[in-house]
Design a protein around this ligand. Structure first.
Ligand SMILES: [Zn+2]
Length: 350
């Protein structure tokens, strides 16, 4: 079997995956027609220069606006699982959802997502959890209010908080949400944040956010490899990184090459796993994130197997479910799905 196909068939997780971005283009068009919402033109393969990013954000806003009924939300969640299973052997997914920007009340939205994800589990055996995303364009007080909403409507499937959207000035400034993260931690919610994504961020922003927000995972984090001290601090923390190759190509124009920051993070021993981030808008899927990016970055099937396994280890599911998924993964690898070489395990952060 050729390498591409083996990479595609490797069982995978997606831990950094924004719910709205998993919508099928055909479903988006159908729901937009029903809601009489005009969809702006967006070419997902075009580079995200200033105009491209604007078009992406306009389509993203429209995709949020069309989800007016609980059955829409359940459908998008279930179709997203089906598509990722077909495209890249998805076995487990954590969906980011930003309730502040969706037209349904929080408990209705979450219960509909859970319905759709349960269909995914029933039909394809794919596990899932939900991560509520802080809207970075809103003030810090809104983030605290969002965590309070999550706590007022606890659901076992909602396991933590993360982030989405952009800040008004494009800066990350993750630490301004310190109060929301502290509240989440006090109530047992896991925590991840979008940090160190672009050249506007500083390398030390990554370990600073790990420490100040007491992160369990980091989304992106690429800039950390640009400074040895920041890299050492991040590595010592043991915190896993949810990286998204295609988003770096689309948003930062970083080509898939051996000196790509994700490849450098992997070679530096950081526990990296891969996801799509905004699949429909970046013209990607979980299969392509492995099959397109990793060989071009000089990484082989053994590396890919370790990266895929790191995703299961970093999952915010119950210990029993994680152990069962890892056993299934190891059996699939022994059966030829990944590298036959013994794969060293990354340390799981609890
Ligand atoms: Zn993201």
């Amino acid at each position: 079997m050729e390498l591409r196909e083996r990479l595609r068939r490797l069982p995978k997780t997606e831990l950094h995956c924004h719910f709205v971005s998993t919508i099928r283009p055909a479903t988006l068009a159908e729901l937009a027609a029903r809601e009489r919402i005009e969809l702006p033109h967006h070419d997902p393969s075009a580079p995200f220069d200033e105009g491209g990013l604007l078009a992406f954000l306009q389509v993203f806003d429209a995709a949020q606006a069309v989800l007016t009924r609980p059955e829409d939300v359940a459908r998008v969640a279930a179709e997203g699982v089906a598509d990722a299973v077909a495209a890249g052997s998805l076995r487990y997914r954590e969906l980011f959802v930003n309730p502040d920007d969706l037209p349904l009340p929080y408990p209705v939205l979450i219960d509909a997502m859970i319905d759709g994800l349960e269909q995914g589990r029933a039909e394809w055996g794919v596990g899932s959890r939900i991560v509520v995303a802080i809207d970075r364009s809103l003030p810090a007080s809104s983030a605290v209010a969002l965590v309070e909403t999550v706590l007022a409507h606890r659901r076992a499937a909602v396991v933590g908080i993360g982030q989405d959207n952009l800040t008004a000035d494009g800066a990350e400034d993750a630490l301004r949400f310190r109060d929301a993260y502290a509240l989440a931690e006090r109530h047992g919610l896991k925590r991840t944040a979008h940090v160190g994504e672009t050249m506007r961020a500083q390398p030390a922003d990554v370990p600073d956010a790990i420490d100040a927000l007491r992160l369990d995972r980091v989304d992106h984090g690429y800039r950390v490899v640009d400074d040895p001290d920041a890299l050492a601090r991040a590595r010592d923390s043991g915190v896993p990184f949810d990286c998204t190759p295609y988003s770096t190509l689309r948003l930062s124009q970083w080509p898939f090459a051996p000196d790509h920051r994700i490849a450098r993070m992997i070679r530096a021993g950081l526990p990296v796993n891969l996801s799509t981030d905004d699949a429909v808008f970046f013209d990607t899927d979980i299969g392509r994130e492995y099959a397109d990016a990793l060989p071009a970055m000089g990484l082989d099937l053994e590396d890919a197997t370790r990266i895929a396994r790191a995703g299961f280890e970093a999952a915010w599911c119950d210990d029993d479910e994680r152990a069962a998924m890892l056993a299934e993964f190891d059996a699939a690898v022994r059966a030829g799905a990944g590298s036959s070489v013994e794969t060293p395990s990354y340390r799981t952060v609890q």
